[in-house]
Design a protein around this ligand. Structure first.
Ligand code: ADP
Ligand code: MG
Length: 300
């Protein structure tokens, strides 16, 4: 696996008191989609700013592409959108991107390729000022991709967008990732990270609480909600199962927590053979949200 970015014990103190990033370390490997997840003020934008050389670090290190090239040159292989998209309002989408090509010495042919990718090719002759916020954001993504960067960095990519715009940006990020571009995005939205990212770094007040795959934080063995005519018999039989960790009675339902894998169909089959007909059977997993709240509650 190829390492794109290594962050090692990074700290940022603004002025004398605001410790925005505390001893942060994580690594970005090629091909994954990383989310930095945390509430407002947790240090996400500061972290992105540091690795993009627009914010000075206080201490610690970061290294692009294994440290083989200087940061200035490495950043030519990084596409980033960390501010509101800003183009010339009276120029068309195509003209704006061609200008970026000219400045960065990229062939103009890339303009159509990237407009197509973000779904704006048919709007190429429209002026930037006529674009919706979602279209502006997609144009910014096209612009950041003109030079086929190794990694795309996005700060709160769906902020301010309507549900349709949010959906389009999320689908676009997944499409770009599926074509092999590594992605690092910052978001305060749990469902965004859960839907889009393969890996997550959870920050709170500048401190990293968790890093790992989104699957491993959101998938545990889960639990069942069960209901039957005779709850006592149900409990007796469920207790016999090796996969069961604990049983909690809640209102009319029984919550059965697992310590190892058990499929709903297996459980249903087992209970049926014991003469128990279930009126209700649902398998649930703790969502990333529940786990995120557990993580952050312990800290504050
Ligand atoms: P996030 O992007 O997660 O919302 P930020 O990195 O923007 O968090 O901010 C982290 C902390 O650093 C906050 O307390 C914020 O007020 C502070 N901060 C950010 N930028 C500056 C700055 N330029 N000067 C002083 N404090 C700042
Ligand atoms: Mg921010």
């Amino acid at each position: 696996m190829k390492t794109i970015l290594t962050i090692d014990n990074l700290n940022k103190i603004y002025g004398k008191r605001v410790h925005a990033v505390k001893n942060l370390s994580f690594t970005i490997e090629k091909g994954n989609v990383y989310g930095i997840l945390g509430p407002n003020g947790s240090g996400k934008s500061t972290t992105l700013g540091i690795v993009l050389n627009v914010v000075n670090k206080t201490s610690g290190n970061f290294e692009w592409f294994g440290g083989t090239i200087a940061t200035h040159d490495a950043l030519k292989k990084v596409g980033a959108i960390i501010e509101r998209p800003n183009f010339y309002p009276y120029m068309t989408a195509e003209e704006n991107l061609n200008l970026v090509c000219k400045i960065k010495e990229i062939p103009f042919s890339k303009t159509a390729e990237k407009l197509e990718l973000v779904g704006l090719l048919d709007r190429k002759n429209d002026k930037f000022r006529t674009f919706s916020l979602g279209m502006k954001q997609r144009l910014a993504i096209a612009s950041a991709l003109l030079n086929d960067p190794e990694i795309l960095i996005l700060d709160e990519p769906t902020n301010g967008l309507d549900p349709q715009g949010i959906r389009q940006i999320r689908d676009l990020i997944k499409l770009i990732a599926s074509q092999g571009t590594t992605i690092l995005l910052a978001s305060h939205l749990l469902d965004e990270v859960e839907k889009v990212c393969s890996h997550v770094v959870v920050l709170q007040k500048g401190v990293m609480l968790y890093q790992g795959s989104v699957d491993s934080i959101s998938s545990n063995d889960g639990f069942f909600e069960l209901k039957a005519n005779n709850m006592k018999n149900l409990e007796t039989e469920v207790k016999q199962l090796a996969a069961v960790e604990k049983i909690v009675l809640e209102d009319e339902k029984m919550l059965v927590y697992l310590k190892s894998e058990l499929e709903a169909s297996e459980l249903n089959d087992y209970l049926f053979k014991k003469g128990i007909i279930l009126q209700h059977l649902v398998k649930r997993k703790h969502s990333l949200e529940e786990q995120f709240l557990q993580l952050t509650n312990h800290q504050s």
